[in-house]
Write a protein that binds this ligand. Structure first.
Ligand SMILES: [Zn+2]
Length: 175
């Protein structure tokens, strides 16, 4: 026999109980009860970045790489990897983005996936760069929600221990 886990109507109380004991019951607004447990789950992926590889190799070298249309009459500039131009369809070439930009928009996330739980709440920002036609979605650290504003000058920071992941870069306010 195992005693029935305690019942909660707020999910944050369920989360706290799961942290303490590994199981809890959540009762929803209609009175339906769900048993919720902690369940370890792990997968090792073997993943190819393929033609996006220079972007991730660049992060590990402290470089932000964007892509630029090769067609002379277009030359549209992207803040992200893109093998072909979204405007005209021509192939692109890599170039180094500036490491300083401005906040175009942002949101503060009060929920996060497992990788970001330790830093939740955290900011996600769309960063704009001079001379670049699209935006880069990145985390914005060292700023609370009330610090952030549209047009805020920001600069890139690169993880000194890169993992070839988009989390190898984040931005902070330029002061
Ligand atoms: Zn183009």
């Amino acid at each position: 026999m195992r005693p029935r886990p305690p019942t909660y109507t707020k999910f944050r109380d369920v989360q706290a109980e799961i942290e303490r004991t590994g199981s809890a019951i959540f009762r929803d607004a209609e009175g339906v009860e769900s048993l919720i447990i902690r369940y370890p789950y792990s997968i090792q992926y073997i993943h190819s970045y393929a033609e996006d590889s220079p972007f991730f190799l660049g992060l590990a070298e402290g470089k932000l790489r964007g892509s630029r249309c090769r067609r002379p009459k277009c030359r549209f500039v992207y803040a992200t990897p893109r093998s072909h131009c979204m405007v005209c369809g021509a192939p692109t070439e890599w170039f180094d983005l500036p490491t300083e930009g401005r906040v175009h928009s942002w949101t503060t996330c009060h929920f996060g996936s497992e990788a970001f739980l330790s830093e939740t709440p955290y900011n996600l920002a769309m960063v704009e760069f001079d001379g670049v036609g699209s935006l880069l979605l990145v985390r914005l650290k060292d700023a609370v929600e009330s610090d952030c504003y549209v047009g805020m000058p920001v600069r890139a920071v690169f993880d000194p221990n890169p993992k070839y992941s988009i989390t190898d870069v984040w931005f902070v306010p330029r002061r």
